[in-house]
Ligand binder design. Structure first.
Ligand code: THU
Length: 159
């Protein structure tokens, strides 16, 4: 038997410590969250994706009375970016969530969204900067593997 210990590097910032570009992306995520369609959970999630060409694409969770038919904000934003700008790499994503109009402590992406973040990196050929924007603190990561260690990827699939 051997034991493997995994380490995750997360830098925790206050809003005042962010760069202007990071603040802009966070504000776009907040604005996206306000447009969420979340009549069932009342949990309003927003994601903003910055592309290499400077364009920022926003997405929010889109719910459905048939619950599994809805989609998370991160995936709405990343799939939209991939559909509209298929050849432009994604550089960064900011995520936040509002309840009662106020940002929650931390917007942690669900497992499915972590997998999609990983695929976006593979597609872009480089890591994404990930900003998880809470009310007081912003968790900043340099890649999706910080959120999803021992991940499934295409390398195990047959040719
Ligand atoms: N949600 C997201 O948009 N992103 C996540 O990563 C976690 C959950 C949404 C899905 C659903 O509309 C609501 O939050 C409650 O689960």
């Amino acid at each position: 038997m051997k034991e493997i210990k995994l380490e995750t590097a997360i830098r925790v910032y206050t809003k005042e410590e962010l760069t202007q570009q990071q603040v802009e992306l966070m504000n776009e995520a907040i604005s996206a969250a306000k447009d969420a369609y979340a009549p069932y959970s009342k949990f309003y999630v927003g994601a903003a994706v910055r592309l290499e060409n400077g364009v920022v694409v926003k997405g929010s969770n889109q719910e459905n009375a048939a619950y599994p038919s809805g989609l998370c904000a991160e995936r709405v934003a990343l799939f939209y970016a991939g559909a509209i700008y298929p050849d432009v790499p994604v550089k960064a994503i900011a995520v936040t969530a509002l309840v009662g109009g106020k940002q929650v402590g931390l917007a942690a992406p669900c497992g499915g969204c972590r997998q999609v973040l990983l695929e976006s990196e593979m597609r872009a050929g480089a890591n994404l900067e990930i900003l998880l924007c809470g009310a007081e603190e912003i968790y900043v990561m340099d890649g999706a593997s910080s959120l999803l260690p021992i991940s499934f990827d295409a390398s195990v699939l047959p040719d």
